[in-house]
Design a protein around this ligand. Structure first.
Ligand code: PLP
Length: 400
């Protein structure tokens, strides 16, 4: 049978990136005792009030069709949230989606097509390349360098821009590196986007998970970038509710109006009972994000302390998010090979850096979403494997 070209473009960009995670899950299902540090699944439950609200709304008949833009209560809550960041926003600046992922997919569909280029920092979140490729556009990687703590540098951005470039896809706080862009960095990046007339799409799904000493900043909050910035985000991380699939896009009213039919045709609206729960999540303060933030910051310290004496495995301290990168290049193995050996020999599942682009090839991404004792055991095993690999490498030299 014949299929559309999108199936070829995405053939190697789907779950292949998660092959190690899928293998680890299969091993666990077969009874093996695997420590899983792969995906970013919050390890706390959503607040009970939110679960109660979703159930109440369902029982109250909020199970009918919605509309393409979003339920009025969610839109009102979004206006209130974002008006603190950009005074004057209205409901016309928002569209609701089932999660950041579908928001991003729809937004990209509205901005680029075949022949266009999308600039994105490398390392990058594992689905970005597929989202870009789905539109027929191509990805233009901008290297994010460990020596700059993976913060995008303007000279790297300038160097990457081609005549086809239409969009810069930013992610702050960043997955997998944990980098959080400063207001000054965003202003400089924004200046380049203005010069080259680029849209800025900013994935802010980790907005609430920023560690002490670092401040959140966004192009959305800068008046001079308002006409070209679209934010995508959700309650998946902030409220530990990824399964509810509730997110949004925030951008210029004209853009949202233009994207509305795309969203309507794609989704036919979101789920009203989840919209009610989302409206509540956005309107009141819940402690879920505070708890996660404290947990993850503490676990970063645990990893750093455990590896303090190692010259084979070096952590890169994140400024936010749910992950920490470990540089294992000094072992002589790439991140991909190391991760598979780790699963095989030590029963610890981590994401190989290669799942997030070329720049992360020498790294492992560790999820911080497990209890401390489990994390400590995993780090000990990573250190043990690194030691064995390094000594095996050195052994022939010693003999010779
Ligand atoms: C950077 C980034 N963007 C988007 C997503 C997906 O978020 P959502 O559950 O809102 O679709 C994730 C999930 O891990 C992520 O890390």
């Amino acid at each position: 049978m014949r299929y559309a070209s999108i199936t070829d473009r995405l053939a190697h960009l789907g779950s292949g990136r998660w092959a190690l995670h899928i293998t680890a899950r299969r091993m666990k299902a077969e009874g093996e005792d695997v420590i899983e540090l792969t995906i970013g699944e919050p390890d706390v439950a959503p607040d009970k009030a939110l679960l109660d609200e979703a159930a109440r709304a369902m029982h109250a008949g909020r199970t009918r069709y919605s509309n393409g833009r979003g339920e009025p209560n969610t839109l009102k809550a979004l206006v209130a949230k974002y008006a603190k960041r950009r005074p004057g926003v209205t409901e016309r600046n928002f569209l609701c989606f089932p999660g950041t992922q579908s928001a991003l997919y729809c937004v990209m569909t509205g901005l680029v097509g075949a022949g266009d280029g999308v600039l994105v920092g490398d390392p990058l979140y594992a689905t970005y390349e597929g989202v870009i490729a789905s539109t027929g556009a191509h990805m233009i990687p901008v290297p994010l360098r460990p020596e700059n703590r993976f913060h995008m540098q303007t000279e790297d951005l300038e160097r990457a821009i081609t005549p086809e470039a239409r969009v810069l896809l930013l992610n702050t706080p960043h997955n997998p590196t944990g980098a959080v862009l400063t207001a000054a960095e965003i202003a400089e990046i924004g200046e380049i986007c203005r010069k080259h007339d680029l849209w800025i799409v900013c994935d802010e799904v980790y907005e609430q998970l920023i560690f002490d000493g670092t401040k959140f900043a966004s192009p959305f909050d800068m008046a001079e970038l308002a006409e070209r910035t679209i934010v995508v985000a959700s309650i998946s991380k902030s409220h530990a509710a990824p399964g509810f699939r509730s997110g949004w896009a925030a951008g210029p009213a004209e853009f949202c109006d233009k994207l509305l039919p795309v969203s309507e045709i794609m989704l036919f609206g979101v789920q009203p009972f989840i919209a009610d729960m989302t409206a509540l999540a956005l309107s009141e303060h819940f402690e879920t994000a505070d708890v996660m933030r404290e947990n993850y910051a503490r676990r970063v310290k645990i990893v750093e302390q455990a590896l303090a004496g190692s010259n084979l495995v070096k952590p890169v301290a994140p400024e936010g998010g749910m992950f920490i990168l470990l540089d294992v290049a000094a072992t002589g193995l790439g991140g991909e090979e190391f991760a598979w050996e780790l699963l095989k020999q030590e029963k610890v599942a981590v994401m190989p850096g290669t799942s997030f682009g070329d720049q992360a090839a020498g790294f492992l991404r560790i999820s911080l979403t497990v209890p401390e004792d489990v994390l400590e055991t995993a780090i000990t095993r990573i250190g043990d494997l690194a030691g064995r690999i390094a000594s095996q490498r050195e052994a022939p030299l010693n003999v010779g």
